[in-house]
Design a protein around this ligand. Structure first.
Ligand SMILES: Cc1cc2nc3c(=O)[nH]c(=O)nc-3n(C[C@H](O)[C@H](O)[C@H](O)COP(=O)(O)OP(=O)(O)OC[C@H]3O[C@@H](n4cnc5c(N)ncnc54)[C@H](O)[C@@H]3O)c2cc1C
Length: 410
C-alpha cells in the first residue's frame, strides 16, 4: 500500500490530504508552523477550484464564510468603466467563484482534515530540512520549529513537498536555480471594513501598474449590524526596489497612497477607503521560471513549491488544489509510485508553466494595460473608440483557456 508524507499544511497540502483520504491512500501532514494563526488576506477560488472543493464536500462550509463573487469590473484611474463581465454562477458556471480570507479557507480545510484523518496525521511544529529516497521509500528529515532540535526522520512510500513559496525541498531538488524573479511591481495589501461597494460582490480592477493599479473585492459579508463587509484591497505599483518576500511583512500607507490621492469616484472615495484599512502588508510581485521537472524518484513538488506565479490571475490557490486532485488520481492509477509521480508531473507541469507565463504576459488585467497605452493614460469619451467589447472578451477568454476554467472546457 502506498502511503504519503505531505510536507506543509497550507492550502495545497491540506487539500491533498483530503483528496488522498477520499481515495483511501494514507497520508500524514507535517506543518512547520507551531501554531496555526489566521494570517494572510484575500484569495479567490475560481470555478475550476471550487469544483474540486465541492467534490470534497466543502462547498457549504466555504460558501458560509466567503463572498460569491458575481462580476469583474475594470476602470481607468479616472473611474471610467472599461469592461464588465459576469463571474462564477452568474456567468453560467455550475460552481461559484469564491472570494475568501485565506485564514477562512485554511480553517475550513483544517476542520475537515481534523474530522476525517486521525489526530496523529496532522502534526505542527515540524520543519522539514531535507528529504531522500531509495528503492523502497522516501525519508523526510525534520527539526522542531521552536527549539531547532532534530526530530525523528519519517518514512513513507512518497514525500510530496507542499511547502510553499520558500520551499526547502524545491531548493534541494534544484540547487542551481537562481533567485526569485522580481516583476518590477511592488504590492501593498490590506483589508478595510466598508459598506458594500458596487454590487457588493464585484471584483474591481482599476488604473494601471505604471502609475498605480488597485484590485478591490469583498471577502466576508455582514461583519456587523450595519451590513458592512470585510473588503480586500491590493495596490500594485511599478517600483524599482523591493524587500524580500514574506507573506506578513508590514508596509506603510505613506509609501503608496500618493498614487491614489485623487481617485475620488462616485462609487468609492479611494484614499479614504485605503486610510481606513486595518493594516498594510507589503509584498513584492515575484515568481520563478518554470522548472524542467518536479519529480525525482519518490519525491515531488505541488502548489507554490512547484510553480510560484505572480498573483495576477487569481490562480495560485486554485492550481495547487487542482495539482492535489491530479496527484491523487495518478496514485490511484499506477501501482508503481515513481511512475505515478512522473504521470502527475506530465499532466501538471506544462499546464501550470503556461499559467506562470500567461500571468506575466497577458493576465486578465491586460485589458487595463491596453486602455492605458491606447489613451496615453488620459480620460476617454467613449470606450468603444479605444477598444471593442469583442477584443476585451477575447483577452478574458484567452486567459480562462490557459488557466483551465473556460466554460466550454468544464
Ligand atoms: C501565512 C501565509 C499567508 C498567505 N497569504 C496569502 C494572501 O493573503 N493572498 C494570497 O493570494 N495568497 C496568500 N498565501 C499564499 C497562498 O496560500 C498560496 O499561494 C496558495 O494557496 C498555494 O498553496 P500552497 O499550499 O502551495 O502554499 P501555502 O498555502 O503557502 O502553504 C505552504 C505551507 O507549508 C508550510 N511550510 C513551509 N516550509 C515548510 C517546511 N520546511 N516544513 C514544513 N512545512 C513548511 C508553510 O508554513 C505553509 O503552511 C499565503 C501563504 C501563507 C503561508
Amino acid at each position: 500500500m502506498i502511503n504519503v508524507i505531505i510536507v506543509g499544511g497550507g492550502i495545497g497540502g491540506l487539500t491533498l490530504a483530503l483528496t488522498l483520504h477520499r481515495a483511501g491512500i494514507p497520508a500524514r501532514v507535517f506543518e512547520s508552523a507551531a501554531e496555526i494563526r489566521p494570517i494572510g488576506v484575500g484569495i479567490n477560488l475560481l470555478p475550476h477550484a471550487t469544483r474540486e472543493l465541492a467534490s470534497l464536500g466543502l462547498l457549504p462550509a466555504l460558501a458560509a464564510v466567503a463572498v460569491a463573487t458575481r462580476e469583474a469590473v475594470f476602470f481607468n484611474r479616472y473611474g471610467q468603466l472599461i469592461y464588465r463581465e459576469p463571474l462564477g454562477c452568474d456567468a453560467g458556471y455550475e460552481w461559484p467563484q469564491l472570494s475568501i480570507h485565506r485564514a477562512d479557507l485554511h480553517a475550513v480545510l483544517l476542520a475537515a482534515v481534523r474530522q476525517r484523518l486521525d489526530a496523529a496525521d496532522f502534526v505542527t511544529g515540524w520543519r522539514c530540512t531535507h528529504v531522500d529516497d531509495d528503492a523502497s521509500g522516501a525519508t523526510a528529515h525534520f527539526r522542531d520549529s521552536l527549539t531547532d532540535a532534530v526530530l525523528p526522520p519519517q518514512r513513507a512510500a512518497l514525500v510530496v513537498a507542499c511547502d510553499g513559496l520558500h520551499s526547502a525541498i524545491r531548493r534541494e531538488l534544484h540547487p542551481q536555480e537562481g533567485a526569485p524573479i522580481y516583476s518590477g511591481v511592488n504590492m501593498w495589501r490590506g483589508v478595510t471594513r466598508a459598506p458594500p461597494i458596487l454590487s457588493g460582490a464585484s471584483m474591481i480592477r482599476a488604473g494601471w501598474l505604471k502609475g498605480g493599479k488597485l484590485v478591490i473585492y469583498p471577502i466576508r459579508n455582514d461583519i456587523d449590524a450595519s451590513g458592512r463587509q470585510l473588503v480586500n484591497w491590493v495596490a500594485e505599483i511599478e517600483t524599482a526596489e523591493y524587500r524580500t518576500r514574506d507573506w506578513n511583512r508590514r508596509g506603510r500607507l505613506e509609501d503608496f497612497i500618493g498614487a491614489f490621492e485623487d481617485w475620488h469616484f462616485g462609487w468609492l472615495d479611494v484614499p479614504a477607503f485605503l486610510r481606513a484599512t486595518e493594516m498594510v502588508l507589503e509584498f513584492p510581485m515575484i515568481d520563478q521560471d518554470p522548472l524542467p521537472w518536479w519529480s525525482r524518484g519518490r519525491i515531488t513538488l505541488l502548489g507554490d513549491a512547484a510553480h510560484p506565479m505572480v498573483p495576477r490571475g487569481s490562480n495560485g490557490a486554485g492550481q495547487a488544489i487542482i495539482d492535489a486532485r491530479s496527484l491523487a488520481q495518478c496514485l490511484g492509477a499506477h501501482d508503481d509510485p515513481v511512475a505515478a509521480l512522473k504521470a502527475y508531473e506530465q499532466e501538471r507541469l506544462e499546464a501550470t508553466a503556461n499559467v506562470v507565463r500567461m500571468n506575466r504576459k497577458d493576465p486578465p488585467d491586460a485589458i487595463l494595460r491596453e486602455v492605458f497605452l491606447r489613451t496615453g493614460d488620459r480620460p476617454f469619451e467613449r470606450v468603444e473608440d479605444i477598444i471593442s467589447i469583442e477584443e476585451m472578451q477575447a483577452m478574458s477568454d484567452a486567459y480562462k483557456r490557459v488557466a483551465g476554467y473556460h466554460r466550454a472546457s468544464m
